[in-house]
Design a protein around this ligand. Structure first.
Ligand SMILES: *Cc1c(COP(=O)(O)O)cnc(C)c1O
Length: 474
């Protein structure tokens, strides 16, 4: 039956009384369904006024339920990251370990001793929740300075750098090599952060070469610190010269200045253990004589978004007294996740199984290629009869600035549409993949859609196939 005039459209109450809508009212509530029924009736009225046939009562009810389901979907939705970039900033970087997720849930649900000293009942310090764990991990590298160690945590590494410079170099000069004045994705630029912190940037050397003498010559009465920034998303190759951390530390210390390192990613373990490319660690920087090191919590560390500052107690104490620290501090849920993540580092043997990000980074290419074989038929059916789907070697990136040049051998499902103008077909396929209940994010390059399977956890494989099959049938 179809409605043809306005009087024949049902009332909101009649729609809400239909048995076919009852279930949705229980799930979403009466008010949301009322709003959705109103919206669908308004749309039907427009149709009728424009001379079209309006949907029947059951169709209106189904549309109201569908609208309610759409509105109930979270805005922050999980996706399949098949971009080939493991630590993808736009897709949320590190995946947390189950231990960290459980700790977050506990901290969120109950009052917790966030800034409360359970030993004496007095006021505590939230940094004390993670400081001993960081000290334990970093102590060996600090040598005799281990007793002089402290740490603090802020919202992210950009905040850590801002806070450090604002505390130590405001109104003074910070010396950085021109080759390290980097821009990280998302508009983090070292010179901009310096300006915001009120520090005067003193650029030394040239883009490709900086010498020890450049650092020494730049030091004046106004110098607050020497700084090195890990050139995290690019590499300068060819005729290059950088000054290593130990040398810069020696120059800084000879002038009574602190030496700060913005490490960016900074894994806490030796990647050689998993035959991954070597990435600098805060341990390396501290051992080389750095007085202050900053790094992210959600890059190679594999924890929550956070910026971690470690180093000499007296510098950290100053930083913690800065009122900006209060504005940049992290909450209990973040600290719970960070603490639980750091605890996993006590047992390095199981780290690559327990830290999801490390697990993905250490997947072998044969394992990934075998997975591609299993998934190929479902994707081929999804992509349509005229698609050519193949399995090809791929090179994953670590992402988020870590190890910019190194790639990890992987395997990808590659879709091509033979013919003159495949661009449109590829864009349509990409859009369909993005429209799935758990959107699939791949990459179009060289007239092909590439799905690098490194980050498709084998445990999620069945779900991945099921939603491809379901869309095909609908
Ligand atoms: C990633 C990065 C930052 C910014 O860290 P966030 O945690 O994203 O704020 C700063 N410096 C370097 C060298 C980086 O690699």
């Amino acid at each position: 039956m179809t409605q043809t005039n306005l009087a024949q459209l049902p009332s909101v109450d009649r729609l809400l009384a239909l048995p076919s809508i009852a279930d949705a009212i229980v799930r979403h509530g009466r008010q949301p369904l009322t709003d959705c029924a109103r919206a669908e009736l308004a749309a039907a009225r427009e149709l009728v006024r424009a001379g079209h046939l309006a949907p029947d009562v059951e169709a209106l009810a189904a549309a109201a339920v569908a609208r309610a389901e759409r509105l109930a979907q979270p805005n922050l939705r999980p996706v399949f990251n098949l971009t080939g970039t493991v630590l993808h900033t736009n897709l949320g970087r590190a995946l947390l370990a189950p231990e960290a997720i459980a700790a977050m849930a506990v901290a969120a649900a109950a009052p917790c001793a966030l800034e409360y000293d359970l030993a004496d009942g007095g006021r505590g310090d939230r940094d004390a929740l993670v400081e001993p764990l960081l000290a334990e991990i970093l102590a060996a590298a600090m040598g005799e300075r281990a007793n002089d160690f402290a740490a603090t945590v802020v919202n992210n590494n950009a905040a850590a750098v801002l806070l450090a410079l604002d505390t130590l170099a405001k109104g003074k000069e910070a010396v950085v090599s021109r080759g390290e004045l980097v821009e990280i994705g998302g508009a983090f630029r070292v010179p901009d952060i310096m300006r915001r912190a009120g520090a005067k940037l003193v650029e030394i050397g040239t883009t490709n070469r900086t010498h020890a003498k450049d650092y020494a010559d730049a030091i004046t009465a106004k110098t607050a610190l020497l700084m090195k920034v890990h050139a995290s998303n690019y590499a300068v190759v060819g005729f290059t010269k950088t000054v290593d951390e130990a040398e810069v530390a020696a120059i800084a210390h000879a002038h009574g200045l602190p030496f700060m390192v913005d490490l960016g990613s900074g894994t806490l373990t030796d990647f050689a253990r998993w035959r991954l490319p070597q990435e600098p660690t805060p341990q390396d920087s501290l051992a080389a004589g750095a007085d202050l090191v900053t790094f992210s919590g959600d890059k190679l560390l594999g924890g929550p978004q956070a910026g971690i500052l470690v180093g000499r107690r007296e510098l950290i104490a100053k930083i913690k007294k800065n009122p900006l620290k209060r504005a940049l501090r992290v909450g209990k849920v973040t600290l719970a996740a960070l603490e639980a993540t750091l605890r996993l580092y006590r047992d390095p043997d199981r780290l690559a199984q327990r830290l999801p990000t490390l697990r993905l980074l250490t997947r072998g290419e044969h394992d990934i290629a075998a997975q591609a074989e299993r998934l190929c038929p479902a994707l081929a059916d999804f992509a349509g009869a005229d698609a050519e789907v193949s399995i090809e070697p791929a090179m994953s990136q670590i992402g988020s600035g870590a190890l910019p040049v190194e790639r990890l051998a992987s395997a990808a499902l590659v879709v091509r549409y033979p013919g003159k103008r495949p661009g449109k077909r590829l864009a349509a396929l990409e859009a369909r993949l993005r429209g799935l209940p758990q959107p699939v994010v791949g990459r179009i390059a060289e007239d092909a859609l590439r799905l690098d399977l490194r980050c498709l956890d084998p445990a999620d494989e069945a779900r991945f196939v099921a939603q491809l099959r379901a869309e095909e049938e609908s």
